[in-house]
Design a protein around this ligand. Sequence first.
Ligand SMILES: NC(=O)c1ccc[n+]([C@@H]2O[C@H](COP(=O)([O-])OP(=O)(O)OC[C@H]3O[C@@H](n4cnc5c(N)ncnc54)[C@H](O)[C@@H]3O)[C@@H](O)[C@H]2O)c1
Length: 250
Amino acid sequence: MSRVVVVTGAASGNGQAIAHRFLDHGDRVAAVDLSAEGLAARSQDDWAAHGDRVLCLPGDVASEADMERIIDRVVEHFGRIDVLVNNAGIAGNPEATVLHATPIGEFDRVIAVNVRGVFLGCRNAIPVMLEQGGGVIVNIASVAGLVAFPGRAAYTASKGAVIQLTRSIAADYAHAGIRCNALCPGMIETPMTQWRLDNPDLRRQVLDRIPQNEIGIANDVASVVLFLAGTDARYFNGAALVMDGGYTAI
Ligand SMILES: NC(=O)c1ccc[n+]([C@@H]2O[C@H](COP(=O)([O-])OP(=O)(O)OC[C@H]3O[C@@H](n4cnc5c(N)ncnc54)[C@H](O)[C@@H]3O)[C@@H](O)[C@H]2O)c1
């Protein structure tokens, strides 16, 4: 059956691959992103073949009004929400480094997008799922929610919070047929990480810390999200799945 899937941060990187994977699977996708231009570009290239199964909804996941409008529009258009993938996230600007050097405004911005964004996505979609008798939520956290990323205090704190929100949702809504899991990727080659990976020295430093000696790709993320959203994952709830080439194994 064609599910209705909401993917935030769908115009780039992991979100683009996740949206594409659900469309390839025959599902309908509401693609949400801050970048209206990015969504328009994806509609013309990556998702062009899927036509009316894609609904592009520009908006800010950190905005209460935007998320209310977006979820209302998805229900109006597709009639239900089977899967919510809270993927939109930011690493913070170059000043968001160690704690005492992180500007307060930048700390707030990272928390607003990465944590408040997940909260608002769930806050608006859960009532829809409760009314229809169930649903699945996949939150894109990071290994930074489990171990610290040196020099990335705000990002590390935000991803830890995403994992705890995930557990809280699993505990509170399992009885209502809602499953909620977090995926914790390690280093994935996307526009977010491109600046680092394009520098041969920095790329070598990253690879040296990964036992598998390779960087993940957005399709790796999409494959696991598709699995977590499906019935094969029916007994996964409140989990934080690590997918990092062995980064956190040592
Ligand atoms: N790339 C990695 O190595 C990696 C590793 C672990 C986790 N993640 C997580 O994966 C997710 C996607 O990251 P990515 O690497 O694809 O990054 P990306 O920068 O390529 O894509 C992020 C997308 O989110 C959108 N976005 C940003 N702020 C938004 C907002 N306020 N509202 C709506 N959309 C917004 C951007 O416009 C962009 O299209 C993030 O949550 C990130 O933390 C990435």
